[in-house]
Design a protein around this ligand. Structure first.
Ligand SMILES: [Zn+2]
Length: 119
């Protein structure tokens, strides 16, 4: 039977109560504290692993989006995405950054708010 940390700690507490020698009681109390610390670290690692899994999923999604990039005279596009573009080709090719091109309110061609470039 696999026990939870809480069950193990409870079992140790019960064993401690029945011990007669001070030396064994101190020893088991130390083990109890170490086990509690291990449980805390385990919980942290589980949380960190979950955060890393979420990050991997995000990056896989971004990688899949990059695989779908299409370039034409207006810029880069991500077909099928919520915000398909166009994005700045210069920023993508130089720094792997997807920067959405803006249309100036005065009209005229779209420009990159980061590098100022136009496709
Ligand atoms: Zn740019």
């Amino acid at each position: 039977m696999e026990r939870t940390f809480e069950q193990i700690l409870q079992g140790l507490a019960e064993a401690l109560a029945g011990l007669e020698t001070v030396r064994n009681r101190d020893y088991l109390r130390d083990l109890q504290l170490e086990l509690a610390e291990l449980g805390r670290r385990h919980a942290e690692l589980v949380e960190r692993a979950a955060a890393l899994s979420r990050r991997v999923a995000e990056l896989e999604e971004k990688t899949a989006a990059v695989d779908r990039l299409v370039e034409d005279e207006q810029g880069l596009w991500r077909p099928g995405d919520e915000d398909p573009g166009p994005y700045c080709p210069a920023c993508w090719h130089d720094d792997r950054k997807l920067i959405l091109l803006w249309s100036p309110s005065s009209g005229g061609p779209r420009a990159c708010p980061r590098c100022g470039g136009r496709p």
